[in-house]
Write a protein that binds this ligand. Structure first.
Ligand SMILES: [Zn+2]
Length: 288
C-alpha cells in the first residue's frame, strides 16, 4: 500500500501536471468505489482541478469553485492496498477492469483511480472542500508522521500499552505510516517492534522521533529518481522491510522476520531486540 512518502510524491507530480485542467466528464465504473451521493460526481464537470494534496495516506483532488458561486469541491481518495491514482495522456477503455473512477479532462488527458487485483476496496468521496477536515476518515487522524510532530505530541500519542509495530501503523496515533515504513522507522530508531509504547524511556522516544526522518528522506529520494510520471511500482528505498535473511546494512547481522497473516515484520535482532530472534508463534504451532 502506498504510504506517506509514496502518496506525497504522487500528489506532487499530479498537482504539477493537472493544476488548471478542466474536467470534461467524470464517471465511476467501479460502482462501489464512489462512496458519496451528494454532490453527484457530475458536479465536478466544468470545474478546473486546482491541485492535489495529501491527508495521511489519502490523496485529495481539489476542484475550483464554479462561476455561479458554488463552493470548491474535493475528492478524498482511499487507495487501500492496491489502488493507484494516475494521470494518462489518453482515455481508458471502458473495458479496463482496474478503473474505479475516471476524470476526463478537456485537454484529452484523464485522471484515473485504478485498483490492481480482484478486490474492490479503494474508494473516493466527493464533498465540499471545506468538509474534508470533518470527514470521519480525516478527523480521526493523529498528527502527520512527516514533517515530524513536536516530540511532546508524539510522546503523548504513543504512551499506550501497545506494541510499537501495530501502534505506529494506527492512523489515529500517527498518520501516514504503514507496513513498509514502520519497519524502516523502527530499524532507524533501533527499537523492537514488540516493545510497548508506554515502556519507552525518554531517550528511546527521542530516537523514535528523530527516526521519522526516513519518511522525509524517502520523499527526497523520489524527487530525485522519479520523473514527471509516478510509475506503478515505486523504487522504495527500503533497508530492512522484506529483506529477511539479508545482512543488516548497518551492522551486518542477519535481518529476521515475523510473519503474520497479512503482513511481515522485519528487524535487525542485533540492534533492535537485544540479540533475540523472535519466533513466529503461529507458524511454529503449525509446524509442531
Ligand atoms: Zn543491524
Amino acid at each position: 500500500m502506498p504510504e506517506l512518502p509514496e502518496v506525497e510524491i504522487t500528489v506532487r507530480r499530479l498537482s504539477t501536471a493537472l493544476a488548471g485542467a478542466e474536467v470534461e466528464s467524470a464517471l465511476a465504473p467501479g460502482m462501489v468505489a464512489l462512496k458519496s451521493i451528494d454532490p453527484p460526481l457530475e458536479a465536478i464537470v466544468g470545474r478546473a482541478i486546482s491541485g492535489l494534496r495529501r491527508a495521511a495516506k489519502m490523496p485529495v483532488v481539489e476542484f475550483d469553485a464554479t462561476g455561479d458561486g458554488t463552493a470548491p469541491l474535493a475528492l478524498l481518495v482511499h487507495l487501500m492496498s492496491a489502488g493507484r491514482l494516475q494521470a494518462f495522456d489518453k482515455r481508458a477503455s471502458l473495458r479496463d477492469r482496474a478503473s474505479r473512477v475516471l476524470i476526463r479532462l478537456a485537454d484529452g488527458r484523464e485522471l484515473r483511480l485504478r485498483e490492481f487485483g480482484t478486490k474492490q476496496r479503494a474508494w473516493a468521496k466527493l464533498m465540499p472542500a471545506a468538509h474534508i477536515k470533518a470527514d470521519e476518515m480525516v478527523a480521526t487522524l493523529g498528527p502527520e508522521a512527516w514533517p515530524a510532530p513536536p516530540i511532546e505530541e508524539l510522546a503523548r500519542q504513543i504512551a499506550q500499552p501497545r506494541h510499537l509495530h501495530p501502534m505506529l501503523r494506527d492512523q489515529r496515533v500517527v498518520a501516514g505510516i504503514g507496513r513498509s515504513w514502520v519497519d524502516e522507522v523502527l530499524w532507524e530508531a533501533a527499537l523492537s517492534p514488540f516493545k510497548q509504547g508506554s515502556e519507552l524511556e525518554p531517550e528511546e522516544i527521542e530516537r523514535l522521533h528523530s527516526a521519522l526522518h526516513v519518511l522525509g528522506d524517502a520523499i527526497d529520494h523520489y524527487e530525485e529518481v522519479i520523473g514527471d510520471t509516478v510509475p506503478d511500482k515505486l523504487p522504495m528505498p527500503l533497508q530492512v522491510h522484506r529483506r529477511e535473511g539479508e545482512p543488516c546494512p548497518r551492522c551486518g547481522a542477519t535481518i529476521a522476520a515475523v510473519h503474520f497473516a497479512e503482513h511481515i515484520t522485519c528487524y535487525c535482532p542485533e540492534e533492535q531486540t537485544g540479540g533475540r530472534v523472535l519466533k513466529d508463534r503461529r507458524l511454529s504451532r503449525l509446524l509442531k
